[in-house]
Write a protein that binds this ligand. Structure first.
Ligand code: FAD
Length: 545
């Protein structure tokens, strides 16, 4: 009785809203705006002290988007589009953060955001048909619907190396970079990790530091950004017919308006292939090179090897020392199966006299000591260690809210014990009125996320409004629909080369994490039509009460 009394006391004191949103990044901000317009009361809970999500946390030198900024933007309001002009083809983190702040102000979103507030636990209450959220700060929240807009790349992966605590120098994580910046001038710096954040920051750090030592476990394919003003041809297409350009992006494979490539590699002569490749290389565009060369590059190993070999040739051309070039050249995964990176002077940085590459495949790190890093073969004295070791992607931030308790007292971590199970990457059977924006099982990180986020938010908010208007209070995926989606995910993944690489897409970067390809590989446009069809067929796979 006492427990029940305490529980009802907590409910009484809780903030009551129709919909609670966790996260105030790209997704959370747009959700707030749409939910309000749909006449639903709402609050967003955000751990940080301001908006921005990814662009709030990742302040490391060189942080930028790697989808062209004209494409990596909100498209829901044409007036917003013309009210903001990007200064570069690939905007820097400060500029993207300013943009998200601009959006928050323009739609007066901050008044419904509780900053410095972490959601700790979430529990579905069957009697009231409401979610109860426990927070780190301020009152609990009672809501009809619980939406996690917590980000695919927002939970940094803890370092796996012994001795970090013993190190007496400075330690930084790219995903939690200090707001006031870091002065690296004259210092001996180590960077651990050569994923996107490492590849973006290494050239900038090399320019500042007295000496930079890069510790690389797996080499990555990196392509030149050729940053500068937005390219005239792309900008021309956008400005020529903005609505058509945006619509093409929504129905494209990756959320960027490129046509589907139809010719396959063996239909092209070697000269034609090289011409296409050189054009793509010069374009400085990830999606271009991933999708516009030949149709078999992402689905067939032979077609893929042709691209990969051309990129390997470029690495050898740039890096002067053949041994270093070899160490930087990826051979263990098909091009595109692991997230390729976009860089500015990355490979050329290894020609600098103040940069050393340590190949951890040949000499693994043994320990971090008081004054540096020791491998099997050598010791490196450093003043600063930068961890660019990435994220517990896709599920990290969702699982960090623990427990999330659904119907019948079942927790999400139990349901996901063998990996994430979802319907459409949007919701989970047994968890009524629960949604994830760009959750595992949706195109998410295999797309321009601005487009995927808008699609998810639009779909969810329109469904919630329709549900309310029809007098329903709960929506829940059926087990059958969820199993079917799992099968469809698996079928699609057999068609691509993603299954042939151990990556953060598959959970391989986090020790002990269940392995399996988490994003949906069927493409953004096809995914959108599936979501639309589910609505057209009377919410196929959902149970409404
Ligand atoms: P986030 O921006 O990650 O926001 C989630 C928010 O939720 C965070 O602010 C976090 O603090 C908060 N949160 C999480 N858990 C809790 C909790 N329990 N309680 C309270 N708050 C919580 N994508 C692209 O499409 N193109 C790019 O070029 C691109 N570049 C990127 C570069 C970097 C360095 C990184 C890390 C990611 C990049 N991404 C890119 C992916 C990027 O994450 C998405 O594009 C987008 O910003 C995600 O927005 P979001 O709102 O879904 O999540």
């Amino acid at each position: 009785a006492m427990v029940a009394a305490r529980a009802s006391e907590e409910t009484r004191k809780a903030q009551q809203v129709d919909v609670a949103v966790v996260g105030a990044g790209f997704a959370g901000l747009y959700l707030l705006h749409r939910l309000r317009r749909a006449g639903l009361t709402t609050v967003a809970l955000e751990e940080a002290d301001d908006v921005g999500g990814t662009w709030y946390w990742n302040r490391y030198p060189g942080a930028r988007c790697d989808i062209q900024t004209i494409d990596y933007s909100y498209t829901f309001d044409p007036d917003l589009e013309t009210a903001w002009t990007w200064s570069e083809k690939y905007a820097t983190q400060p500029e993207i953060l300013r943009y998200l702040g601009f959006v928050a102000d323009r739609y007066d979103l901050r008044r419904d955001i509780r900053f410095k507030t972490k959601v700790m636990e979430a529990k579905w209450d069957e009697a009231t048909e409401r979610w109860q959220l426990t927070t780190s700060n301020g009152p609990a929240v009672s809501c009809r619907h619980y939406i996690m807009a917590t980000g695919c790349l927002s939970a940094p992966k803890p370092p796996e190396i012994d001795g970090v605590k013993d190190f007496e120098g400075e330690v930084y994580f790219t995903g939690r970079w200090p707001h006031e910046g870091v002065d690296l001038a004259g210092k001996r710096v180590a960077v651990i990790g050569t994923g996107s954040s490492g590849i973006q920051s290494i050239p900038m750090i090399a320019e500042q530091a007295a000496h930079l030592t890069v510790f690389q476990r797996t080499p990555n394919f990196a392509l030149p950004a050729h940053n500068g003003p937005a390219p005239a041809d792309r900008l021309g297409l956008l400005q020529g017919d903005r609505a058509a350009y945006r619509e093409q992006a929504r129905w494209s494979m990756a959320g960027v308006p490129y046509p589907q490539q139809t010719s396959v590699s063996w239909q092209l002569s070697e000269a034609e292939r090289r011409e296409r490749f050189d054009k793509a290389w010069a374009a400085g565009d990830l999606v271009h090179i991933l999708s516009q060369l030949w149709a078999d590059q992402g689905v067939d190993l032979d077609g893929n090897r042709l691209v990969a070999d051309l990129i390997r040739e470029k690495i050898r051309e740039v890096v002067k020392d053949p041994e270093i070039a070899a160490a930087l050249t990826p051979h263990d995964h098909p091009f595109g199966a692991k997230r390729p990176c976009l860089d500015t002077n990355y490979y050329a940085t290894y020609n600098r006299p103040n940069v050393t590459l340590v190949n951890l495949r040949q000499e693994p790190i043994k320990a971090i000591t008081a004054n540096g890093i020791t491998t099997d073969k050598r010791s490196f004295e450093v003043d600063v260690i930068v961890f660019a070791t990435g994220f517990d992607a896709m599920t990290g931030a969702i699982r960090a809210v623990h427990p999330i308790t659904g119907r019948g007292g079942k927790s999400l971590s139990d349901v996901w014990a063998d990996g994430p199970q979802t319907y459409l990457g949007l919701t989970v059977a047994g968890f009524p009125n629960f949604f994830m924006i760009t959750g595992p099982g949706s195109p998410s990180v295999l797309s321009n996320m601005a487009v995927s986020i808008e699609q998810h938010v639009d779909w969810v908010v329109e469904r919630l409004a329709a549900l309310r208007d029809a007098g329903f209070t709960t929506i829940e995926a059926t087990e059958t629909a969820q199993a079917g989606w799992g099968q469809h995910m698996a079928d699609c993944s057999m068609l691509t080369l993603h299954r042939l690489a151990n990556t953060w897409y598959t959970g391989a970067n986090v020790p002990g994490k269940v392995q399996g390809l988490m994003p949906y590989t069927g493409g953004v446009g096809p995914y959108r039509s599936i979501c639309d069809e589910i609505v057209a067929r009377g919410m196929l796979g959902f149970e409404l009460t």
